[in-house]
Design a protein around this ligand. Structure first.
Ligand code: ADP
Length: 485
């Protein structure tokens, strides 16, 4: 089957979060299963020319009409990697920017035009480069593809029968724009109603995708349930409940060719479940990177790698920060994001030199070092569609302490001392006490070296490779293709 992926991020070309990891890893796995896979991405400034060599256009110019002007985009042939064909939508005036979605001061004001153009360009490109049986579109940035397909492209003789699967990686980001967007992107005003793309007087890209796609998926079974409730649905729960029969939860895999301490090129030493010796060297290297060389040998190191967003639960960490530093622990944190959380971490580190350290930046190599050098990995998320870091942590023997939500709940099994089973520690209630109790439980088990080793090894034995999820996605594509036939 031919599947065309449309997404705004994909490693190694452009990344702000887990979406990029998924779009980087799933297509090659589908190709291994024998499918033809094409990936369409915006050509951002971050797409380094050496990744696309030789540079050539597959299509020189496609006309994308807007209300009172046209834009002209090229399709750059990114070549094949791991059996997958990559194409880039070249529109320098919209995509040749340093950031993907906006700067510190806010989102780019023309994001509706940028991703509206992107969606239309993908459809037009496939008409020249190969119409897939199924479009697999990701998050709000690609969610207008089904809306175009089932409205203004409805009568197109080559596109008309293609199926669409929308994956929601995070319902908290929906692409909300003023009503006039309808007209600017040349949609008929009839679609601007509450049962289609309107959401309380906004044009909602993600809602359009939910309404017009053949099937929907999200990135864990628990999150598929959660988003149908008012607490987690971000005001889309009613429309998601209407589509419940077409919604599947498929847990993300991880790319063990990039995230395995036995082979990870970012680490000072290698280790595996069979031989853990190298983990001590990774710990020393990590403490050096954070200027925490004086931390004692048996003091547990708590690691954090995250976007600093409200979703991630750092308001709880802020509330327990004074108590946490009274315990015998060291904390290393890597992240960027909302200024209030950046300030909290900076101040916390400033007040507790030698025990707490933070680096406010994005650094992939350092993220790997934190997984390897930490004893405990902290993810107290308010909600977490899947979460990748806790799955990496399992493999790296950094025991996760997580809130029991979404993919965190699906991937982490609570430690059971009697049976010696489980992989980490979870808390249900989103409260500072809940978090501190879970951390204290972890610290108590850490004291017992034998139990702790068992806990680490249980996690390291878990396998979250892409093979199984890729098969589940293939079933969804087949179901969509059957329905459209
Ligand atoms: P989300 O997609 O919500 O940000 P995930 O856990 O699904 O959360 O994925 C986050 C990904 O981004 C992981 O691969 C993680 O290592 C990476 N990441 C997040 N922040 C940073 C950072 N500051 N430096 C390096 N990698 C980061």
């Amino acid at each position: 089957m031919h599947i065309a992926f449309a997404a705004s991020e994909c490693v190694p070309f452009a990344k702000t979060g887990g979406l990029a990891d998924v779009v980087g890893a799933l297509p090659p796995e589908l190709a291994r299963l024998g499918h033809q896979v094409t990936v369409y991405l915006p050509l951002y400034a971050s797409v380094h020319p050496y990744l696309i060599s030789p540079w050539k256009y597959a299509v020189r110019s496609i006309t994308i009409p807007f209300e009172s002007y046209n834009r002209f985009v090229g399709i750059v042939d990114g070549g094949q990697r791991n059996g997958v064909q990559y194409y880039f939508i070249d529109c320098p005036e919209l995509f040749d920017r340093k950031e993907l979605y906006g700067t510190k001061t806010g989102d780019y004001p023309d994001n509706a035009e940028r991703f509206g153009l992107y969606c239309r360009a993908v459809l037009e490109a496939t008409k020249q480069l190969g119409v897939p049986q199924v479009f697999h579109v990701h998050d709000w940035q690609a969610a207008l593809i089904p809306v175009f397909l089932r409205t203004v492209y409805y009568l197109d003789p080559v596109l008309g029968n293609a199926g669409v699967v929308l994956t929601i990686h995070n319902a908290g980001y929906q692409g909300l724009f003023p009503p006039i967007t309808t007209q600017r992107l040349l949609f008929p005003w009839e679609i601007f109603t509450m049962d289609r793309v309107e959401q309380y007087d906004n044009f909602n890209f993600l809602k359009g995708g939910v309404v017009y796609s053949d099937m929907l998926t999200t990135v864990s079974r628990k999150y598929a349930q959660e988003i149908q409730t008012p607490e987690f649905g971000e005001k889309l729960d009613d429309v998601l409940r209407k589509r419940a029969g077409d919604l599947r939860g498929i847990l993300n895999g991880v790319d063990y060719s990039r995230w395995d301490p036995a082979t990870d090129g970012n680490l000072a030493a290698h280790y595996s479940a069979d031989n853990l010796a190298g983990k001590a060297g990774c710990r020393t290297d990590l403490l050096h990177a954070f200027g925490l060389e004086t931390v004692k040998e048996f003091t547990p190191v708590i690691g954090i790698v995250s976007r600093f967003a409200t979703q991630k639960g750092f308001d709880l960490v802020e509330k327990i920060a004074p108590q946490l530093v009274e315990r015998d622990v060291a904390v290393v944190a890597l992240g960027t994001g909302e200024p209030n959380y950046e300030s909290f971490f900076r101040e916390w580190a400033f007040r507790h030199p030698g025990q707490v350290a933070v680096q406010i930046r994005y650094d992939d190599a350092l993220a790997h070092k934190i997984e390897a050098g930490s004893d405990i990995f902290l993810m107290p998320s308010r909600y977490e569609p899947c979460g990748l870091n806790q799955i990496y942590s399992l493999k790296y023997g950094a025991v996760p302490v997580v809130r029991a939500t979404g993919g965190l709940d699906d991937t982490i099994e609570e430690w059971n001392a009697e049976k010696g089973t489980g992989t980490g520690f979870k808390f249900e209630d989103y409260t500072p006490e809940g978090l501190l109790t879970a951390i204290d439980h972890a610290l108590a088990v850490y004291e017992d070296k034998k139990s702790w080793k068992k806990l680490m090894l249980n996690g390291m034995a878990r396998n979250y490779s892409w093979e199984q999820p890729a098969r589940e996605y293939a079933e969804v594509y087949e179901e969509v293709a059957r329905r459209r036939a």
